[in-house]
Design a protein around this ligand. Structure first.
Ligand code: HMG
Ligand code: MG
Length: 287
């Protein structure tokens, strides 16, 4: 039996949040509906953040309400505070994600909060979610380097991972927000993180700015990770991380893993159709 690897689709959120064109909700719904037929188990399709901070995600509730839900697919959303959590619940989200940073500079730029302040907000969310049986995923950004503070100490990544696990996050996704990671630096960072969390509870979230995301996935697989966040069409980036480009593309990663003998359970022609849809949504950019 080939080893299973899950690709956790973040394109409709991470992929689109940074796009300059005001993308109609109907196009976002159509993209999620195609992705729902591809064999993915998680699709991050919404973000209940301030529309002043990330205007592109303003229609998130309409997206969650408008999609055709497919059994065994969890539709997930980012929630930075209790207000976002309540709005996500009202839109019938299946799972939410809280997003912390390993560096203070990015935490301030992205959340207007110190790491400690953001973790306190996330504790409110995880305790509310626990009472309602809503799974919470944690993110840690800037796991290798921060656009404001420079290189990140792996011990600081491990500290934030531990905090997120202690508050009840079922998994923690490790974000190389600006794609600065190399197989060596990812391996060193994972060495620290694996002291506080088992590989089965971790995911790799590697932006491909440096063109090394696939190599970073390979080294992470060798250390036991089996879940990777990818963005269909390779779209995206974070508006609060200057120079960050998209997550590694779902279609590229799925082919890379298949060639190495892993089973992602994905229907590649459907993923390719979604990738074409996602690229067309960029409007003026390269399609
Ligand atoms: P703030 O300015 O400190 O908060 O922002 P505030 O409480 O003063 O509120 C400011 C305004 O936002 C107010 O509205 C609030 O009502 C409103 P106003 O009175 O000015 O009209 N507000 C909200 N509106 C809708 N939904 C909410 C909400 N909360 C407040 N939930 C805040 C703090 C956290 C809100 C802000 O910093 C924010 O929204 N940040 C999100 C930034 C973001 O979404 N970044 C991209 C996602 S993270 C990422 O991409 C990284 C990741 O992919 C991993 C990786 O790659 O590393 C996950
Ligand atoms: Mg990201």
């Amino acid at each position: 039996m080939p080893t299973k690897i899950e690709l956790f689709e973040v394109g409709p959120r991470d992929g689109l949040q940074n796009e300059p064109r005001d993308i109609p909700v109907a196009e976002k719904i159509a993209l999620v509906d195609t992705l729902s037929k591809s064999g993915l188990r998680h699709i991050e399709c919404a973000s209940f953040v301030s529309p002043r901070w990330v205007p592109q995600m303003a229609g998130s509730a309409q997206v969650l309400v408008g999609i055709k839900r497919v059994e065994n697919v969890r539709y997930t959303a980012l929630t930075p505070n209790l207000r976002g959590f309540d709005d996500a619940l009202a839109a019938k989200v299946d799972e939410v994600a809280v997003f912390a940073s390993a560096s203070e500079g990015f935490s301030r730029a992205n959340l207007n909060a110190t790491i400690a302040q953001s973790l306190a907000r996330f504790r409110d969310i995880t305790s509310a979610a626990k009472a309602l049986n809503i799974p919470v995923r944690g993110y840690v950004s800037c796991i290798v380097s921060c656009p404001f503070d420079g290189p990140t100490d792996p011990a600081q990544v491990a500290y934030v991972v531990r905090q997120l696990r202690d508050m009840g996050c079922y998994a923690v996704s490790l974000g190389d927000t600006i794609g600065a990671g190399t197989p060596d630096s990812i391996q060193t960072m994972l060495g620290a993180v694996l002291d506080v969390a088992p590989a089965r509870d971790l995911a790799g979230h590697y932006h491909d700015t440096g063109g090394r995301a696939l190599a970073n996935i390979d080294v992470s697989i060798a250390l036991g990770l089996r879940v990777f966040d990818t963005s269909v069409g390779g779209l995206g980036g974070c508006p609060y991380a200057p120079g960050a480009s998209g997550n590694v593309a779902t279609e590229t990663t799925a082919r890379h893993l298949a060639a190495m003998g892993y089973d992602t359970g994905l229907d590649l022609p459907v993923i390719d159709a979604a990738a074409a849809q996602a690229r067309a949504m960029r409007g003026t950019s390269d399609v």
